[in-house]
Design a protein around this ligand. Sequence first.
Ligand code: 13P
Length: 342
Amino acid sequence: MTTDTVVLPPAGALTEADLDPTLDLPAAIDRLRKEKNAIILAHYYQDGEIQDLADFVGDSLDLSRKAAATDAEMIVFCGVRFMGEVAKILSPGKTVVIPDAEAGCSLEEACQADVFRRFRAAHPDHVAVTYINCSAEVKALSDVIVTSSNAEAIVRQLPADKPILFAPDRHLGAFIAKKTGREMTLWPGSCIIHEQFSEKELIKLKVRHPAAKVAAHPECPESILGHADHIGSTRGILDFVLKSPASEFIIATELHIIHQMEKAAPGKVFIPAPGADGGCNCASCPFMAKNTLEKIYLAMVNGAPAIEIPEALRVAALKPLERMLELSVSVPMSSGAPHAAA
Ligand code: 13P
């Protein structure tokens, strides 16, 4: 069983039904941000209107660093639940709220702590390198946490004679194993969004757009990565399309990152990579999409859903996260939300 780390709003708390439909939500959220001394953090996979009101938009690594360093009293984490957990593990003295308690992650679901514990026990001489997309309990059972932007740098710093267990994303693990030449035993998990891209449809799209560069997240299967001109974290992909002299790009990751690209490079064309039906909206993460302005407002008013982690679990999960931050010093922090043209 997994520990429930989310405390729901109490009975009698404000609900969506209580909201005045004429309320100017961005203005109301802004007022609350000041009143509560809150910082709003958003992942690039959030809806554009949420990215636009955030204090900082970033990838998983930069959001963790921001959560660890903030002096705000409340962290409003617009992403998915494990990201809120990371913020609370790193900043236990802050109130950490998430807009929707049900915003999970297919990778987290694919790696249950009791099964992971047995997996580790079966490989006692291995070092457990675990992707940040997992529960606090799985973190607590790991030696070091990685994100897509620091995984390669961290794996390169591990003792060369140590075999590696990599969980839960098998595609990211396979990509890092290939790049570093390290032996890795991979957990068989994957992200539902990156898994559904279709190589056949991608080839058809490339034929229709021969000048387009393909940028892909390493959570994509190897069949997709094989067509990529750039492979990197969300922030890496963003940097690539902004620096590239090309004017057309096929983006193989969750499609809401295109919001930042269009803001920063309005003259360039960004096409979401296709799924098996050839359509585009299949790359929208249903968990990230649970967050809305209404829910952000309510979470700030109610101080809930809030992340609360039993102290023993928090301390155990903190260790591999701190190791991640120590081993990531060579990966620079981005300036935030960032790339806005204005
Ligand atoms: P990054 O934020 O490291 O690009 O990874 C994307 C992701 O999987 C978020 O859940």
